[in-house]
Design a protein around this ligand. Structure first.
Ligand code: SF4
Length: 449
C-alpha cells in the first residue's frame, strides 16, 4: 500500500502544465501521496498509470457502502489503528435484529418504536441505521415479506440473514432498492452467495469459523470478482472476538494483508445473556473496530450512550466541531431583544443557545469564528480579543436589526470589554455570567424586567 511521492511522480506526464492546481507534477505527486489531492485533478494521466495509481492509492481497508436513502452509510476505509494517529472515518453502523416469523403487526410496532429513536446532538441527528432480518423457520415467503415491509415502511436499511440461497434471492428481490447487505457467504454456500451478490451488485458478509477460514473465504470471493465484503470471524466469545477484531484491523494496515482488508460485522446480541452485558460488548466493539454491531433490541436508555460513544470516537480529534459564523435568532427576537456574542465551538454554541432558549427571552446570538475554540481558549489565543470581537460586531450587521446598542459578552472574557468599547463607540458592553447555566436568570433579571 501507498506509493511515495517520487514513485507517483514517475507515473505522471511531467509536463508541469499546472492544470491540476499546483505548478508542477512533482508537487501534485507529493499532494497525492499525502492524500491531499485526487488523481482525477490531472487530466493527462495515462490509463496504464491511472490503473497503477488507483490500485496503489486504494485504502488498505476497503470502504463499503451500505444501504440507500437517508440512513445509507459507509463502513471501513480506515487507515490507522488508533484514533489519535489521525482519525477514524466511517462510524460503526448500529443494527437491531428481528426474526422473519415476528408477524407483520408486531414488526410494524417495532418499526414505529425504533424509528422514533433519533436524537439531535451538536447539530447532528444520531440514530441507528440497520435492521438485521434473520430468516427464521425456513419460510422463504415470510422472509421476503418481512424484508419488503421493512424496506417500504421504514427508513432503515437491511441486513438479510439467511444461509439459504433461494430465500435470500426472494428477499433481495423484495427489497433490492435498499441495497441490503447479504449475510452471509460461508464455506458451504460461498459459490452461490457470491454469485448472487455479484449479480445484484450488493455487499456480502463473509462468515467463517476462525481467522484462517475467513482468509480463505475472502480470497475465494475476491477471486470471483467481489469487492464489497464485510468480515465475520465467527467468534462469539468476547476475548476471541476482541483478538479477531484487532487482527482484522492490524493485518491490512501493518502487514499489507489484502485478504482481511475489509470492515467487520459483530453480533453482541448473540454473545450475552442480558442486555447490560450486551451493551458493554457493543461499546467495546464500537471502540475496537467493528464496522457494524448487531443488537437484540433498541431501547433509548441503551442506544443513546452507544450513539454518543460512536460520535465521540468518530469525531476528528484534529478538527474542532464548529458552527458557522453569523447571527442566530433564538425564539423570535425583535429590535428590543438582547444581543449576546460567543465563539463558534459547537459545544459552546449548543450550550449557550440551549440556555437562552430555556430562558424564554427571545435573543440574538452572535457567533464569531474562532476556529472552533471555546471562549477561554480563544481569548487566551488572541482570537476572541476586544478588537476582533468589536470588528465582528460592526461587520455582522446586528446594528441593523436592533434599536439599542447593548451587547452581552461571556463573563470569562470580561477583560475584553475595554477594547470593545473603543472599537464600538456608543455601545454598552455588558458582562454576562461566566457559567452558561446562569444565562436564563441573567436574561430574566437584566433584560426581561
Ligand atoms: Fe502534471 Fe497533470 Fe498537474 Fe499537469 S495536471 S502539472 S501534467 S500532474
Amino acid at each position: 500500500m501507498g506509493l511515495t511521492g517520487i514513485q507517483i511522480f514517475k507515473l505522471l506526464p511531467k509536463t508541469n502544465c499546472g492544470e491540476c492546481g499546483v505548478p508542477t507534477c512533482l508537487a501534485f505527486a507529493m499532494n497525492l501521496a499525502a492524500g491531499k489531492a485526487e488523481l482525477d485533478a490531472c487530466p493527462y494521466v495515462s490509463e496504464d498509470a491511472r490503473a497503477k495509481l488507483s490500485e496503489a492509492s486504494a485504502p488498505p481497508i476497503r470502504q463499503v457502502a451500505i444501504g440507500a436513502g437517508v440512513r445509507a452509510f459507509k463502513i471501513g476505509g480506515e487507515t490507522v489503528m488508533f484514533r489519535h494517529e489521525k482519525t477514524f472515518y466511517n462510524p460503526t453502523g448500529i443494527a437491531v435484529m428481528v426474526k422473519s416469523d415476528e408477524g407483520p403487526e408486531a414488526l410494524g410496532r417495532k418499526l414505529k418504536a425504533w424509528n422514533a429513536l433519533q436524537y439531535e446532538r451538536v447539530g447532528l441527528n444520531l440514530r441507528p441505521e440497520l435492521i438485521a432480518l434473520k430468516d427464521a423457520g425456513g419460510d422463504g415467503a415470510a422472509f421476503a415479506a418481512a424484508a419488503k415491509k421493512i424496506a417500504e415502511e421504514s427508513e432503515f436499511n437491511l441486513i438479510l440473514m439467511s444461509d439459504k440461497v433461494d430465500a435470500m434471492k426472494a428477499a433481495v428481490d423484495a427489497c433490492a432498492f435498499k441495497k441490503p447487505l447479504l449475510y452471509a457467504a460461508t464455506a458451504q454456500n460461498a459459490d452461490q452467495m457470491g454469485a448472487l451478490a455479484k449479480e445484484k451488485g450488493l455487499p456480502l458478509a463473509v462468515k467463517a469459523d476462525n481467522m484462517d477460514g475467513l482468509v480463505a473465504l475472502s480470497d475465494k470471493l475476491t477471486g470471483m470478482g467481489l469487492k464489497d465484503l464485510v468480515l465475520d470471524s465467527g467468534a462469539r466469545e468476547p476475548k476471541q472476538l476482541f483478538q479477531d477484531q484487532v487482527a482484522i484491523r492490524r493485518a491490512p494496515l501493518k502487514a499489507g494483508n489484502r485478504s482481511l482488508g475489509f470492515p467487520s460485522i459483530a453480533f453482541p446480541c448473540e454473545m450475552a445473556s442480558n442486555v447490560d452485558v450486551e451493551m458493554i460488548l457493543a461499546a467495546m466493539l464500537i471502540a475496537k473496530y467493528a464496522g457494524i454491531v448487531v443488537l437484540s433490541d433498541l431501547k433509548g436508555e441503551n442506544l443513546f450512550p452507544l450513539l454518543l460513544e460512536r460520535l465521540n470516537i468518530y469525531t476528528d480529534p484534529q478538527r474542532p466541531m464548529t458552527v458557522t459564523q453569523g447571527i442566530y435568532e433564538i425564539g423570535a427576537p425583535n429590535e428590543n431583544s438582547p444581543v449576546l456574542v460567543t465563539t463558534n465551538f459547537s459545544l459552546t454554541y449548543f450550550i449557550v443557545s440551549g440556555e437562552i432558549e430555556g430562558s424564554r427571552v427571545p435573543s440574538w446570538l452572535l457567533i464569531m469564528d474562532t476556529e472552533g475554540l471555546s471562549v477561554m481558549t480563544a481569548w487566551a489565543a488572541g482570537k476572541f480579543s476586544g478588537d476582533a470581537v468589536g470588528t465582528f460586531v460592526k461587520k455582522c450587521g446586528i446594528a441593523d436589526k436592533v434599536a439599542h446598542k447593548k451587547i452581552i459578552i461571556p463573563g470569562y472574557a470580561a477583560s475584553i470589554s475595554g477594547d470593545m468599547e473603543e472599537e464600538l463607540p456608543g455601545w454598552d458592553i455588558i458582562i454576562g455570567p461566566r457559567d452558561a447555566s446562569l444565562i436564563p436568570k441573567f436574561l430574566r433579571d437584566t433584560w426581561a424586567k
